[in-house]
Write a protein that binds this ligand. Sequence first.
Ligand code: HEC
Ligand code: HEC
Ligand code: HEC
Ligand code: HEC
Length: 481
Amino acid sequence: MSILRRHRPFIEFRWTIVLFTLVYALLTIGVCAPDVGGAAGVRKLTILYTSQAKGQIRSCNCTKFRYGGYGREATLVEQVRKEAENVLVVEGGDTLGRAATEQERLKGHTALSAIDAIGYNAMAPGEDEIQLGPSGLKQIGPCRTGFILANLGNNEAGKQSGFEAFAVHKTAGGLRVAVIGLFDPRLLERMPKVPLEVTITDPLEALKLTTPQARKRADFVVVVSHSTKDEAESLARSGLADVVVCTHSESAPILPGEEGNTVNVPIERIGDRILVESRTRLGWSVGRLDITLRSGKITEVSNRLIYLDRTYDESPAIVKLFDDYNAKVKEIALRGQRELKTKIRAVLAERGYGSADRKRECAFIGAVLCKDCHSDAHRKWTESRHSTAFASLEKAGQQFDPDCTPCHTTGARSRGGFLNTKETPELVAVQCEACHGPGKSHTGSPNAAYGKVAGDLCRTCHTDEFNPSFDYEAMWKTIAH
Ligand code: HEC
Ligand code: HEC
Ligand code: HEC
Ligand code: HEC
């Protein structure tokens, strides 16, 4: 008994030491105190950034170069969130495009819904959003992902706008990242003057005021600066933020090569700060900046653009958003058709024609009427994909969409050309007259003077922007007639 009694305090003391050691170990490896840093103080932060999507909500899939869309983006973001420790997802502005027509506003609405669904952590405005102003943005649609803008003048609209100077995101790995939004007011000088609802103050002054507040609540500070490169550089030079992402890029796009969908993009190191120019545009790609922090200091950085090609499946939730959008586009198109019909009837009546005379007015006649005299050319054409160009739109359910019809029909850009499937069913697909011009007078008096094709005609549809690999010689060979 006495022996036991003598030993008990020793055993208790030993357990106390074990307990202390355990708690100390847990604290230092960061389990109990996530803000202290990971094992040996190493943390990894992945910043996914996008900008200048301009209302491009989905790829048309015309060629493999037509990248992008929120559906594929959602899949990529989900993958990165699964694999990376600390992820921040930010949008840098000029997201919505002009939002001037009903269809453009619908695109904006769909973009905002997609941004919410993807779960962006913050969104800075660009010229598009500043010009729309808080009330214009509200009309486009609700959006849970808040706009951040630190250099917003303290005016009435600004106060009511729900814009915050910065947002703090706590990542899954427990890192607190503050994102400060800034907008370069000089960008507005180049735009057509519109009355603005908000005033914009000096970005650097605003950054000086905001950073201390942001530092109090976060371990790391990122500035999303919708500005030119020099402006962003001066913000980075101030040394206030850890990373500056410049999201109004005027540099040429960097496209991936034939193989793969990723390109490395250089960053600039200014002291121990980092400046990145976002080269993402039209929703084609997502920028990915990977940062390693050792005891809070940036030690390694890599930056690349990940192009959203067809290897990324579209997220079903976003496809659903797009389907809703497309159904509304169809409604708008049908309404437009009815209005157009009424207008055409009125014009014809004014000129003393009945509506049956409309066909006589049209300069485009359709390929069937060329077949009689140019049967070889016609056969060759039916074998080409030009003859089935409209079927591609029907397959996508977008045969009503004015974003698609100009290149997949005949004469849509000219008077008397394709209007819609009801008024001009004979002018669907890329027919002879899409290249040779309206043929009505030619069939009346056929001669060799008709139908000279301008050298750069193909490029009006096979545009440089979306089809950089277009090779006239090779392409012509497959449709030569
Ligand atoms: C009634 C018969 C007839 C019809 C219909 C007709 N063409 Fe022609 N086309 C001709 C004749 C004849 C020539 C002159 C051939 C020549 O002199 O070399 C010609 C010339 C052309 C040329 C110029 C060829 C060259 O030599 O450079 C083109 C292009 C052309 N036609 C396209 C069309 C298209 C497109 C249509 C339908 C919109 C059409 N043609 C309908 C008879 C016709
Ligand atoms: C009015 C727009 C338009 C013009 C002008 C045009 N194309 Fe096309 N072209 C298309 C469309 C749309 C398709 C795709 C059709 C589909 O499959 O839906 C296409 C497809 C093609 C294809 C098949 C693509 C492939 O990879 O097999 C070739 C080849 C082609 N075009 C060559 C030309 C050439 C050469 C010219 C100029 C002489 C030209 N096109 C002018 C719209 C156009
Ligand atoms: C600027 C002209 C242009 C516009 C606008 C356009 N297309 Fe195309 N599209 C093309 C051309 C050119 C091709 C053929 C490209 C090739 O194969 O080289 C094509 C091909 C396609 C194809 C066939 C792809 C394949 O590989 O089979 C689909 C589908 C398509 N477009 C859908 C659309 C949809 C949907 C829209 C509207 C959202 C649209 N396009 C708008 C020019 C256009
Ligand atoms: C994608 C554009 C495109 C389409 C569609 C197209 N053509 Fe052509 N066509 C051309 C080009 C380009 C030439 C060559 C012109 C040249 O070499 O100067 C040509 C040449 C011709 C010629 C003159 C051939 C010769 O012997 O010199 C005729 C005739 C002709 N096309 C008729 C047609 C008819 C009929 C159709 C429809 C069934 C048609 N084309 C569809 C682009 C087109």
